[in-house]
Ligand binder design. Sequence first.
Ligand code: ADP
Length: 160
Amino acid sequence: MRIFVYPGSFDPVTNGHLDIIDRAAKLCDKLIVAVLKNRSKTPAFTMEERVSFLEQVLDGRGNVEVIPFSGLLVDFMKEHNATTVIKGLRAVSDFEYEFQMALLNKNLAPEVETLFMMTNIKYSYLSSSAVRELASYGGNIRDLVPEKIVDQIYDKLKAY
Ligand code: ADP
C-alpha cells in the first residue's frame, strides 16, 4: 500500500490545497493530510477548527485522511508507513524553503521521497494568509475556499 503525506498548517484550507489533495490522492493508495501543530507562529484557527474544515470539505474522498501532527515529519512518516511527502509549489518564492526542507528530510531519512506538485495556475496567487487577510476586512473569499466553510471563516475573522 502506497501512503503519501501532505503536510501543512491549513490555516484555513483553501481551494489551492484541495487541488493538490485531489491530484496527489490519484497517485497513491492513501493520502494523509498532516495538520501541523508546532508552528512558531500561533495559527488563526485552532487545531480542532483546521481539522474540522478539512474534514467538512474532504467529504466523499475515500482515500484521504486528516491527522494532526507535531514533531519531526520524518518520524510521522515512519509511524504511518508513508513513503512520500507531497508539497505544492506556487512560485519561485516557495522553492528555496521547500528545497532546504526536502534536503534536510533526505538527510534524516533517505528512504523518504519529497514530491513537488506545481500549483494549478488558477490558484497560483492563493495562500491561507491572503484568505485570512481578506476575510478579516470582509472581502470576498468565495472563490478561494470551499463554500461550506466560508461563513465559518467570516464568523471567526471578520472584525465587525
Ligand atoms: P499556506 O502557504 O497557504 O499558508 P500551508 O502552510 O498550509 O499553506 O501549505 C501547505 C502546502 O500547500 C505547502 O506545500 C504549500 O506550498 C502548498 N500550497 C498552499 N497553497 C497552495 C496553492 N494555492 N497551490 C499549490 N500549493 C499550495
